[in-house]
Design a protein around this ligand. Structure first.
Ligand SMILES: [Fe+2]
Ligand SMILES: [Fe+2]
Ligand SMILES: [Fe+2]
Ligand SMILES: [Fe+2]
Length: 424
């Protein structure tokens, strides 16, 4: 089955846009506006469609390392934070086998033509694509492009022109002046940006088992997990566990890849859940629990926009449904929930119980299984699946389960030789 990787990238980037506006006060849809501007500018400069596809992916993920690093680097790190999110953001996009060269596109997105940027490179010393991301990023930060009226167009254009050779490279200024007209302002508005992204970002198809999909799954899991220090392994471990179970059940390679993707993305909607609720020690109020419950619907709404992911979307968003029909977000019961949905529910409980949380310490396999079997006895989760997990997971509550080989190289590259910013 072919899936629309570009749409999947946009779904993950939408979740990133939401977390960035929560944590850093960045405007809504920031990544998408930067990507759309880059697509238009790149074409004006004669880039090929594959180059535009690589550029827009980098634009969508230009600040993808912010969840990972800014969260744990306090203000005192100052400029170091700026370097780090460029370095690690580049490493994130390098995990994806992009359709064209993306060298330096994220790494140099905070350079300036006059050499006063993050790494002190001047005009001509960093790639044109990086200069486009830098210009689009700066414009979206300094002008309210999400709802800007046409009467400010001349002011915006004058600003762009005045920065030639200073903040922006001459290429970027030429391209920006070419594309910034009344029509573009209209298309950048919050109410049109999704449609504009669909229109201007090149479609990118891949098979479910392709490296691009495995690696994107691993990258997304990593971004989701870094939302909170308490879940820094959660999605990644559930994905690895799901892959192991799919092997145990003799799934086809495609079925195995699908389940891996669903598991990696099951908590995608959690990027929109406020951190103070996610990390609250002690009992949640009714209202807070309602907000927590929204994350499963969020996963459903985000993945529902991706062509070719219908089953993956259903399994991922049903991970809190219970056999008695009292789960959320849909209240579906035993008749509706298929094997993969039931399995993801069991794996989510297993992982949640065995990992340390603000409200409980980590537990070993035996204790975790007792809790899961207790829920099976109450008719909440599938007892047969729980028993299969008991056989497969032994020993893997106490130490991490390795990723599937298709994702391992990317995960290793992401982890190797880099300082771990998380507090011990
Ligand atoms: Fe940035
Ligand atoms: Fe940005
Ligand atoms: Fe969840
Ligand atoms: Fe989860």
């Amino acid at each position: 089955m072919m899936i629309r990787v570009d749409q999947l990238i946009r779904a993950v980037a939408t979740a990133l846009d939401i977390i960035e506006s929560e944590l850093f006060g960045v405007r809504t849809n920031h990544g998408k506006r930067v990507a759309v501007l880059c697509a238009a500018m790149g074409r004006r400069l004669g880039m090929s469609e594959s180059a535009v596809a690589a550029l827009t992916t980098c634009a969508l993920f230009h600040d993808s390392a912010l969840t990972e690093y800014m969260l744990y680097l306090t203000e005192q790190s100052g400029k170091a934070g700026l370097y780090l999110h460029c370095i690690y953001g580049q490493r994130n996009v390098d995990l994806l086998p992009l359709p064209d060269n993306a060298e330096g596109l994220v790494l140099y997105h905070h350079e300036r033509a006059d050499g006063a940027g993050a790494f002190g490179r001047g005009e001509g010393e960093f790639p044109v694509g990086a200069a486009l991301i830098a210009a689009a990023d700066t414009l979206d930060v300094h002008f309210p492009l999400q709802n800007m009226s046409g009467k400010y167009l001349e002011k915006l254009r004058a600003h762009v022109a005045s920065e030639a050779g200073k903040a922006f490279t001459r290429d970027a200024v030429e391209a920006a002046l070419d594309v910034l007209d009344g029509d573009m302002l209209e298309q950048l508005r919050d109410e049109h940006i999704l449609e504009t992204a669909e229109k201007l970002i090149p479609p990118w198809f891949a098979g479910m088992e392709d490296a691009a999909v495995y690696r994107l799954a691993a990258l997304a899991a990593r971004i989701i997990d870094y939302k909170s220090v308490f879940t820094k392994q959660h999605s990644m471990q559930i994905a690895n566990r799901a892959w192991l179970m799919a092997g145990y059940c003799n799934y086809t390679p495609e079925g195995r890849a699908q389940l891996y993707l669903a598991a990696a993305l099951h908590d995608l909607g959690k990027l929109a859940t406020p951190l103070h609720i996610l990390e609250k020690p002690g009992a949640l109020t009714g209202a807070e629990f309602e907000i927590i419950k929204n994350h499963a619907r969020g996963t459903h709404d985000l993945l529902g926009t991706v062509g070719g992911l219908e089953d993956v979307c259903r399994w991922a968003s049903e991970h809190h449904e219970k056999l008695d029909g009292k789960g959320y977000p849909f209240g579906r019961g035993a008749d509706d929930l298929d094997y993969n949905s039931r399995l993801l529910c069991c794996l989510d409980i297993y992982q949640g119980v065995c990992e340390a949380r603000p409200y409980h310490a980590s537990r070993g396999h035996k204790e975790t299984m007792e809790i899961l079997m207790g829920m099976a006895d109450k008719g909440l989760v599938d007892g047969d699946i729980a028993r299969d997990m008991d056989r497969c997971m032994e020993g893997y509550a106490e130490r991490p389960l390795p990723p599937p080989p298709q994702a391992a190289e990317a995960v290793d590259a992401a982890l190797s030789g880099l300082p771990d910013p998380l507090p011990a």
